[in-house]
Design a binder for this molecule. Structure first.
Ligand code: NAG
Ligand code: NAG
Ligand code: NAG
Ligand code: NAG
Ligand code: NAG
Ligand code: NAG
Length: 228
């Protein structure tokens, strides 16, 4: 009986725990969703024969030995973001800028509670995938393609760059719930509708850019009254 209870407790704990293997699986899922890598950057380097901490674009923290940094910016990569990326629970920096990532931003990203810096600028998010790729990954792609409301759950976020994509729909008001946010750049997308009609009560906000979109209407009086 004692053994049985211990077994149950052990199963419960291990099901909840994530570790460096979880991180490796998440990164391998990302690698598997890269459809074009002309410089063979990840193909050879992201190999299970070495620790993920030695992979190009990856750094891990000394204390927990978990992936804290993922920066594959300006790498000529084409692909989609798999939901497994949300399993990198120690991630603080996520840099994908200046590649050709497309499709949608998965809700699972909202699980990255330690994330401080998120840069998806200069990609093709919300662009429909070319037909010849459709057979590979169609069942994983939703075309709703807006800025997900769930991003408001990134409670440590300081800088969010989504500029130069094709994101459509309205700006989710949940983003203005992130009290740590210092910078929000949504420049040059296809965002529409009006600016969220809420008072911005964000003690850290220093910079906001929603230019070059299709926003309409005015700004409610006092929108910016409570900003530093
Ligand atoms: C991967 O790239 C990193 C950084 O450039 C390098 O230190 C490492 O040796 C490379 N690993 C492999 C297996 O090529
Ligand atoms: C984008 O990436 C390309 C190719 O790697 C590079 O030549 C270019 O300088 C980068 N541009 C920016 C703005 O980072
Ligand atoms: C990206 O592609 C450009 C043009 O083909 C090349 O000059 C550059 O070195 C590539 N960048 C990387 C990081 O592989
Ligand atoms: C990682 O994420 C995926 C999709 O979000 C999930 O199905 C899977 O169970 C997760 N794996 C681990 C080890 O947490
Ligand atoms: C965001 O947070 C709310 C409230 O804590 C929760 O109900 C919701 O499931 C979260 N969404 C995601 C995608 O994590
Ligand atoms: C902002 O956060 C509060 C408290 O967690 C929540 O009740 C509210 O629904 C959130 N607002 C938005 C627009 O997400």
């Amino acid at each position: 009986m004692v053994f049985f209870v211990q077994f149950l407790v052990f199963s419960f704990v291990s099901a909840k725990q994530t570790n460096i293997i979880t991180d490796q699986q998440a990164l391998l899922a990302l690698k598997a969703h890269i459809t074009h890598d002309p410089s063979n950057l990840l193909a050879t380097n992201w190999s299970t024969s070495t620790s993920v901490c030695n992979w190009i674009g990856i750094r891990s923290g000394a204390r927990h030995h978990r992936v804290t940094f993922l920066d594959i910016s300006s790498s000529n990569l084409t692909g989609i973001i798999p939901p497994q990326l949300g399993n990198l629970s120690f991630l603080t920096i996520l840099g994908f800028q200046n590649n050709s990532f497309y499709g949608y931003l998965p809700d699972e990203l909202a699980q990255l509670r330690r994330l401080k810096y998120l840069d998806f600028s200069y990609n093709n998010f919300n662009l429909q995938i070319p037909l010849w790729l459709a057979s590979i990954s169609l069942n994983e792609i939703k075309f709703s393609g807006t800025i997900p409301q769930s991003l408001g759950n990134l409670s440590s976020l300081q800088q969010l760059y989504l500029d130069y994509n094709q994101l459509s729909g309205s700006i989710p008001s949940s983003i203005f719930n992130i009290s740590s946010l210092q910078l929000l750049s949504l420049y040059h997308n296809q965002l529409s509708g009006s600016f969220p009609s809420i008072f911005l009560n964000m003690p850290s906000l220093l910079y906001i850019d929603v230019g070059d979109n299709g926003l309409s209407g005015g700004l409610p009086e006092a929108t910016f009254d409570y900003l530093p």
